[in-house]
Design a protein around this ligand. Sequence first.
Ligand code: KIV
Ligand code: ZN
Length: 512
Amino acid sequence: MAEEKIVIFDTTLRDGEQSPGASMTVDEKLRIAKQLERLRVDVIEAGYPMASQGDFEAVQRVAATIKECSVAGLARTTFADIDRAWEALAGAVEPRIHVFIATSPIHMKHKLNMQPDQVVEAAVAAVRHAKKYTRNVEWSAEDAGRTEIDFLCRIVEAVIAAGATTVNIPDTVGYTLPHEFGARIRTLTERVANIHQAVLSVHCHNDLGLAVANSLAAVLHGARQVECTINGLGERAGNAALEEVVMAIRTRKDLLPFQVGVVTNELIRTSKLVSVVTGFPVQPNKAIVGANAFAHESGIHQDGMLKEATTYEIMTPESVGLTATRMVLGKHSGRHAFRDRLEILGYDLSQEHLDRAFRRFKEVADKKQELFDADLEALVDDEIIRETEYYRLVRLHVASGTQDTPVAAVEMDVQGHRLRGASWGAGPVDAVYQAIAQMVPELKEMGLQLYQVHAVTGGTDAQGEVTVRLQTGEQVIQGQGADSDVIVASAKAFINALNRAAHKKSRSRPGV
Ligand code: KIV
Ligand code: ZN
């Protein structure tokens, strides 16, 4: 008998972007969407078009570009939200309108201030309205994990009768346990008369660390779509991690006899891209995509691995896209070799980006003899990150030592104006930060929540990748920079955060 398919619905660009500090520019969203297409997810939720002009444009551009996946846009049950979602999605090959309304007693009473009958009425009207635009309509019961089961069955039946083709059951606050959530899904399959007219979906948050377990329990009890995000990005503790859901299904086919269309050897590349764009590092021991996920440290394990890899490996590193690190390019490598390698790494750069990246490659190759794939990714990402530049680093000079007070002089271009700042600091990074703050006083108002350096490869000549997280009021802004000089990388990261803050000013998001 043919295996049933599990639809993989990726919401990195919508729910993932709701992580504080993870907001992305339109270009960044497009890059991730193209990689998700290469990964062959079934549905890409590209954003929430009513939230802001930026979200609208992102959904519109993803919809116009992506050909191999369905593209979804989120909407509340208001007709204005649905109309706006359709306006953004209309150019997609397979558009999906995703409408949601809360169904738990807590949400209906305190958030919506609506009676259950009114919620059913609004949900049905919204689905009917969305159906005027497309046959592909998903409906979600926000906080379904805490919704009374009789009411959940009633409203699910009503929205399917109104035309919903996918019905999504979110555990919005990550409250349920696997056996409980699985039973909820089974009850829906048993009690909702028309349930077979729609795909039953789940969307689990990770507040108790159970998002993946709950999603798999739901699959075992009848769910046929899983909503998830790369690296488990998402509101609060995040969503179910796509890579974990997919590899669990693939690795445990004996107990999960389902088919997923994801090209798993694109998982690591996708994870890295999302991490670079959002500035959310992947913890080393993260399942599937963490740096240590396939590293064997203990002597006994290494011995077992040498004798027979399956002693300690339940899946191969190659199956998730992990390849042996090897020197790929050096300073004598030409433009063709550089472009070919970037193509293999999945970059599709415009001529202008390619020229800029190649110039940068030559600069780095002059300092660092061997360049690995990770180096190329870091320098190309750094070049692309700097695309939306409002502030640009022109020159940096730093002096520090055991006997001297660290000092920094920084020159920046701010929309065609040259500005200079100089300062001392507790250390060279602090001095750079203070010097930039002289030119951009807002920086002084921002608290530095996180400063992190990561060596892209081994060796003392490795490029340093710096991530900073700045807090301003309610907002958290990330910045990244890469360079073989970590102080320069730090300055780039601060400036990248300022650019993101400037970009963010034009965007606002009503709560989902
Ligand atoms: O967590 C949630 O309930 C959601 C819905 C909007 C699907 O993200
Ligand atoms: Zn969610």
